[in-house]
Design a protein around this ligand. Sequence first.
Ligand SMILES: Cc1cn([C@H]2C[C@H](O)[C@@H](COP(=O)(O)OP(=O)(O)O[C@H]3O[C@H](C)C(=O)[C@H](O)[C@H]3O)O2)c(=O)[nH]c1=O
Length: 181
Amino acid sequence: MQINKTNIEGCYEMKPEIFKDQRGFFFESFNKKRFEQLTGLKVAFVQDNQAFSTHGVLRGLHFQKGESAQAKLVRVIQGEVLDVVVDIRRDSPTYGNFFKTILSSENHKQLFIPGGCAHGYVTLSNSATFFYKCDNHYNPGAESGIAYNDPTLNIDWEIPDKELILSEKDRILPKFDDLLD
Ligand SMILES: Cc1cn([C@H]2C[C@H](O)[C@@H](COP(=O)(O)OP(=O)(O)O[C@H]3O[C@H](C)C(=O)[C@H](O)[C@H]3O)O2)c(=O)[nH]c1=O
């Protein structure tokens, strides 16, 4: 397992060791003992999510507030996405930073997103299947988010705006500067 820090405190990019042979390949997609050794973090995932999206679908930027904050370990099982994390933890030394990376079934890359960060991704391939582990349960009453096209963050989603497909909910998310605690 290779692990790299990012410009967001507690957010890590990871690549598992891939075991290839004449049948195909195998890798451990999550190993608690190794994860905790490499990051120094304790994790207790309680919910797995999976989402299928067609080309141009942008989900995010989402987060759950307060006690419902979710740390996530995300990866792509099929296809390719541009994944984006925004540090909205006001007490964080990297508050206001965003990090983006390509996750795909080809590069096997994973991203650990600490609780309290906003997360989103856009599907770059014809379709993508996105899988992630969460360390807290879904709480619709605690959901919030940031507009994908927030002018302060000015994130380049690397896909023409006219190709983007968003939920109605995501089209009316607040701006970063208007986030309330
Ligand atoms: C997230 C979630 C959703 N749902 C239900 C609620 C809706 O009826 C339906 C679709 O939910 P939503 O449109 O919020 O799904 P996404 O837009 O993929 O939301 C996710 O997108 C970004 C990228 C994330 O990181 C979050 O995990 C999450 O906010 O699934 C559940 O039943 N459980 C859940 O944990």
